[in-house]
Ligand binder design. Sequence first.
Ligand code: UN1
Length: 497
Amino acid sequence: MTTPKDCLNYINGQWLPARSKATLESRNPADWRQLVATFPRSEAADVDAAVEAARKAYSTWRLVPAPARADFIYRVGELLLERKEELAQLMSREMGKAIAEARGDVQEGIDCALYYAGEGRRLFGQTTTSEMPNKFAMTVRMPIGVCALITPWNFPLAIPCWKALPALVCGNTVILKPAGDTPACATLLVQIFHDAGLSKGVINLVHGFGSEVGKALVEHPGIDLVSFTGSSETGAEIGATCGRTHKRVCLELGGKNAQIVMEDGDLELALEGAVWGAFGTTGQRCTATSRLILHRDIKDKFTAMLLERTAKLRLGAGIDPNTDLGPLVNVAQLQRVSGYLEVAHVEGSKVLIGGKIANDGDLKHGFFFQPTILDNVTPNMSIAREEIFGPVVSLIKVNSFEEAIKVVNDTPYGLSSSVYTRDVNRAFQAMRDIEAGITYINGPTIGAEVHLPFGGVKQTGNGHREAGSAALDVFTEWKSVYVDFSGRLQRAQIDNH
Ligand code: UN1
């Protein structure tokens, strides 16, 4: 198969247009004149068909032994590996990230496939004692049913894999609703599931707008679970609807991640981390570093080092191996980031470098924004509290380690965090006191690995974790099973007291 150009929905094992036949376009954010793909603008009727297929498939897929389900997952991993370069190139064209990072995104999907393929032979429960004689007790994981997976554009391969692979190995069936900015990546991923031989209806793909397809999925009575990664505003709406309709819901929302650099830290190392954390993926990661909390003794020196390095970063199409920063994903994101620069100005912070749309020469047909450093930022400013999702980092000066921790925690979010220090006592204090789902010691805020739980506290989520064995708790229900082999009625709490 060649790279998809006219993407379709995948429902009950068939590639289909939207019932209405309406289509939308996916364009290259580095040069919006290039059309990457067209894709269906689906509606509630398409969602109904996908839910019907997934419900039907669930009745047989849940009975397939988990190691046999895992064989398909393993095959998906092999095919992702075979097509890694093709996927990475497509991703880089479709959403703009630098090609090395696009390869990393695909690799994260491969890692996930190998991890969850192994899970097919674990899915451990517990055996335990019973308070009654001749009675056996154990717990088993049960699949939940039909899962709607609503995924973002910033990790077009890794995030659908984080969600779909554990869902499937646990015996659920899936409907994927990918972001409208990355339909071609999602289509190629689902093509790989198809090629792996998954039976019809086990995975389905419905393209379209969140306000149409996403909404129809979340409201649909045939959906048992919604897993969503995206903005806190949309997450709040999804959570409310799922609460009303009694669906399990897993939300991965915003972040306002910080890196602390203490006066005893290795400044060169902290610099590498800050540049990678703030400007990797053009700042479009939930885990991106958007605040640098700098101890007063090193602030001036570290700022000078950071400026020198930032000035050397090269903007360009992600597909060009010399590019450090690709474009923002679309014009709305460009406007959002520009809007935050206006806010930064009004709030009284100072632009040390960048701060503008970049549109010289080859960049003029893309959605590029200069890597930006803001100084004189205080923790109460909205640029220090709200997620920007672009290449903008705020510098905040602190006088002590205690103050640094307080500032890190002073946002509504709690996804990732980092501290650079050589003091082991401070490191352990940070691990204990930072309110976040992820804390790095002497590493940047980005770079989570698939076998550890991923997610955050406070408004970053709703208490669930993706990836690792924690994802199994999202995609299964526990059942407690008692087997009484005494041959008589035994009344717990009564006959033994
Ligand atoms: C995200 O930004 O939504 O830890 C996911 C990281 C990546 C995943 C980011 N492995 O930065």
